[in-house]
Design a protein around this ligand. Sequence first.
Ligand code: C5P
Length: 237
Amino acid sequence: MSKSKGYERLIFPLDLPTYEEAERYVELLNGHVGVFKVGLELFVKSGQEILETIKKKTNAEIFLDLKFLDIPATVGRATKVADDLGVKFLTVHCDPCLKKAAENATKGTKILGVTVLTSASAEDLKTMGMSPELCDPKNLVMHRAKMAKGYGADGIVCSGEEVQDIRREFGPDFLTIVPGIRPTWSVVKGDDQSRITTPAQAISRGADYIVVGRPIRDAKNPAEAADRVAEEIEKAL
Ligand code: C5P
């Protein structure tokens, strides 16, 4: 990975219930994180408004985490809209529709494949009709990452436990975005993330970007917490 500023590799998810709160965090973290991630809840509520706010008030990139899955024509058209809006990252499920998304992202939007949702257990995968080998989520992640690359994806979202294998298998140009990050100093009440890694671990294993939400959002001083994470990233680069 090339040298760059730590904060550029830091993605903050705007997991907030209202536009006003999301706007407050955009202002608070402007200059402290490189990317703001907009997910389903906020997008359904105030999609265009929040994208405009990020563009107007910051130099940060936008990650549209809408996990597209539909017929290729529909995903292709929606991808073109995101690409025209200047979105930097867009998630699409590892499905043949991803090929159309990759073809239509001509202005620079990076298409990231969603491999296996971390909420899916081996039992869920069996119920979904996966072969015994692919009921092991790690095997399925590798299988789908290969599919995604074949369809033209720029990278994938994966856990800190898989990033090293992905990096080894798919080389330095295949982007890896790692959520489930917990700095050693962070305390997240009632944490639901189980397979967690620290910023330094994820980066030294080859992550290009890390997603850090609650350790920053719930800190007494979110900008200072983001700076601490960015510093840790920079040291590990
Ligand atoms: O750091 P924190 O746990 O608060 O980050 C949560 C964010 O990471 C959410 O936006 C969630 O969608 C995202 N994410 C995740 N696990 C995945 C993929 C994305 O927690 N496997």
